[in-house]
Design a protein around this ligand. Structure first.
Ligand code: SAM
Length: 298
């Protein structure tokens, strides 16, 4: 039986997380960074250790990584996890990964686009039970990827990802702020969210234009259960789709005028929500109560 060894920083393989290692690998393979694929590679061992620590990766874990790059985080994960499944869309990086991952026989490179993966099929194909997702995400896929993974109710324990700081703030925002919106409510429905660390551009090569953040989602049973989660998502999107309008007007339009406005106002009032309020003043509980009331109608 495997013993659950708590990972200590000195066990983590950070050997690729230096400017010299990245520069040499990239040069020897004639690799040119592609901005459109969010290719900002980690060059800082401390940041790498902090990602692994935040994710609490142990020898019991199967880890899914999105965007392996040249294998910097992949190697660190492989040194602490039982098994790593690392997706990388860019075929130019596959020969580099074959080289950098030679010391590890517990890694599988998956040449797929993370936005097109059938995740339930993926779970079956690789015979996964529970898994953790850990990634330094290409920024352009952050919101669609994470929302898709939430909605599919996968057997994930945690998702620990490097994202743009501004996006991290949208996931963790308080009601009434500009950052508060669809991402905040939907992430809050599926998980407990926390920002673990703010990270400067200098830890990446090439450096991005903005700060980043290590963001951790701990998936959990719903505190408040939506009778119809797809309807909850529609209501949240409708509410924030017209965030300057009153919630009554935003819902009326956003739900395609399927419910007469007077009826919507009655429904809102029966949920103790003034029809004059805006979506940004409603919390997760308000949205769940409201969508459950609407579910009774449909
Ligand atoms: N993990 C490496 C690191 O930390 O240094 C690289 C991270 S880099 C921010 C993001 C990586 O994701 C790139 O290697 C890029 O080619 C890859 N990528 C971009 N879009 C992707 C997609 N849709 N599916 C899978 N990988 C993708």
């Amino acid at each position: 039986m495997e013993v659950d060894v708590k990972v200590e920083p000195h066990n983590i393989d950070t050997s690729l997380a230096t400017p010299t290692a990245v520069r040499q690998l990239v040069a020897s393979h004639g690799f040119i960074f592609r901005k459109s694929l969010g290719q900002n590679f980690l060059i800082d061992g401390n940041t790498l250790r902090n990602i692994i620590r935040a994710a609490e990766v142990s020898k019991d874990d199967t880890v899914i990584e999105i965007g392996a790059g040249i294998g910097t985080l992949t190697r660190a994960l492989a040194s602490c996890a039982r098994h790593v499944l690392a997706l990388e869309i860019d075929a130019r990086l596959h020969p580099i990964l074959q080289e950098t991952l030679i010391p590890y026989d517990n890694v599988k490179i998956v040449a797929e686009d993370a936005l097109r993966v059938d995740w339930h099929g993926f779970w079956e194909k690789y015979e996964l039970s529970r898994a953790k997702l850990v990634a330094n995400l290409p920024y352009y896929i952050t919101s669609p990827l994470l929302l898709n993974m939430f909605f599919q109710d996968l057997a994930l324990d945690t998702i620990t990802v490097m994202v743009q700081k501004e996006v991290a703030e949208r996931f963790t925002a308080n009601p009434g702020t500009k950052a508060y919106g669809t991402l905040t409510i939907l992430a809050g429905y599926y998980s407990k969210v926390e920002i673990c660390q703010i990270v400067p551009p200098t830890v990446f090569m090439p450096p991005p234009e903005v700060d980043s953040a290590i963001l951790k989602f701990t998936m959990r049973p719903y505190r408040l259960e939506a009778a119809d989660p797809a309807l909850l998502r529609r209501v949240v999107k409708a509410g924030f789709g017209q965030r300057r309008k009153t919630i009554a007007n935003a819902l009326s339009q956003g739900l395609g005028n399927t419910i007469p406005k007077a009826k919507l106002q009655d429904i809102l009032q029966s949920c103790d929500i003034s029809p004059q309020r805006r979506a940004e003043t409603l919390d997760l509980q308000d949205f769940v109560v409201l969508s459950n009331r609407l579910a009774e109608l449909w």
